[in-house]
Design a protein around this ligand. Structure first.
Ligand code: ADP
Ligand code: MG
Length: 379
């Protein structure tokens, strides 16, 4: 039975008020919804857009109770939120998407890898390392490899590359003996990601794959359409949709893939939320990934995901700010008629901190990429 959609000016809630929460709030406000954000940081980027900022920890019972009272539906902008907080909100009659169960899988690499494998989808060969005893077996199928903490890793943090048992033992102690996944290093031809929006009624909108280039473990550039064959493009979309259906996922999810030297695809990881590699959708598709988040949590049909034009997105990290903290010179970028600058309103620029991004639209990705790189030099 179809349930009634949630319509404006209903109040929507979000756990987390970083840049993803900010762009969610902007999409929701554009559509006429109210927004309440829960984030312990008084300077949370989403706070200046939201109607209400609950400046409390994510597990604060009073803040969660306030969210449950005020909001018809709640979502999240990051996976390290407490899945039990989300389950509790759902128990109070709030529409919670994604579900606490989906978040619990995505926030734990061990559960995530097992889930992907059990869904019949390819992953890199991996071994669960719950304690140092698990290293005392034949590791050769996983070497050279990467030891990744099961929880709280992001932007390449919580990972150590290893070549042998000795290095594995050392890496595990460096990672404070947290539960880990040991994954074989694969020869990568490219990395792509697919962002999917799915409503409770199983209406699915899948954005075109982005080709992602990382620098020092942090996403640097996304190129769309990805420079991969139509077969691989189709395969990535199909695998992402299969995963979403297996999870019975409601909301927006990003699925990261490795394209291997032999053109096969493996799933690397998933993020139960909009993703940095989907920021191109703010300017190059009809509905952005943030609008899809609003639509899916409200029981509306996801908007059309088709690409209007080739696009290159470049992240702006704190590194491009001047040493005295002053802003780069945005003038040339802002006078380019095919480029859009998005800044997140963060007051303090630090190396590696995501401060903003820009999208360059052009008739082909080569032209967009060339211009995008040239624009970075003008800052
Ligand atoms: P994070 O949560 O930090 O994004 P990832 O698991 O996506 O962690 O790893 C970060 C990056 O490290 C990947 O985007 C990829 O470039 C590289 N990487 C991770 N796992 C492998 C692997 N098994 N083989 C080759 N490269 C990998
Ligand atoms: Mg990743």
């Amino acid at each position: 039975m179809a349930t009634k959609p949630i319509l404006p000016p209903a109040m929507l809630g979000i756990l987390g008020g970083g840049q993803l929460g900010r762009m969610f709030a902007m999409a929701a406000k554009t559509m006429g919804y109210g927004v309440t954000v829960l984030d312990p940081d008084p300077a949370a980027p989403a706070a200046e857009i939201a109607d209400i900022h609950l400046c409390k920890p994510y597990t604060d019972p009073e803040a969660l109770a306030a969210l449950a009272r005020q909001c018809v539906a709640v979502t999240t902008e990051f996976e390290n939120v407490n899945a039990d907080s989300m389950r509790w909100l759902a128990s109070q009659g709030v529409k919670v998407s994604p579900s606490g169960d989906s978040v619990a899988i995505a926030q734990d690499r061990m559960k995530e890898k097992n889930f992907i494998r059990d869904a019949g989808l390819a992953t890199a060969p991996f071994l669960i390392i719950e304690n140092s005893g698990d290293l005392e077996q034949d590791l050769s199928p996983y070497l050279p490899g990467i030891l990744k903490t099961a929880r709280n890793g992001y932007d390449g943090k919580g990972q150590v590359r290893i070549k042998n048992l000795e290095e594995a033992r050392y890496a595990l102690s460096e990672l404070k003996h947290q539960p880990c996944v040991l994954e074989k290093m694969l020869p990568l031809k490219a990395e792509v990601s697919v962002i999917v929006a799915r409503s409770a009624a199983n209406e699915i909108a899948c954005f075109p794959p982005a080709e992602n280039i990382h620098t020092d473990g942090i996403l640097d550039i996304s190129i769309v359409p990805a420079r991969i064959s139509t077969e691989i493009t189709e395969q990535a979309r199909n695998m992402a949709i299969q995963l979403v259906e297996k999870l019975d996922y409601i909301g927006v999810i990003a699925v990261e893939f490795f394209v291997l030297e032999d053109d096969s695809l493996v799933i690397n990881e998933m993020a139960p939320r909009p993703h940095n590699s989907g920021h191109y959708t703010l300017d190059a598709t009809f509905s952005s990934q943030f609008e899809q988040q609003v639509r899916t949590m409200c029981g509306l049909y996801p908007g059309k995901p088709d690409l209007h034009t080739p696009v290159v997105m470049v992240n702006l990290l704190g590194d491009v700010w001047h040493d005295d903290g002053s802003e780069p010179n945005w003038e040339i970028m802002l006078t380019a008629p095919n480029t859009k600058l998005h800044l997140y309103g963060k007051k303090e620029a630090r190396a590696g901190r995501k401060m903003g991004h820009y999208n360059v639209l052009a008739s082909n990705v080569d032209a967009a990429l060339e211009q995008a790189l040239a624009l970075k030099e003008t800052l």
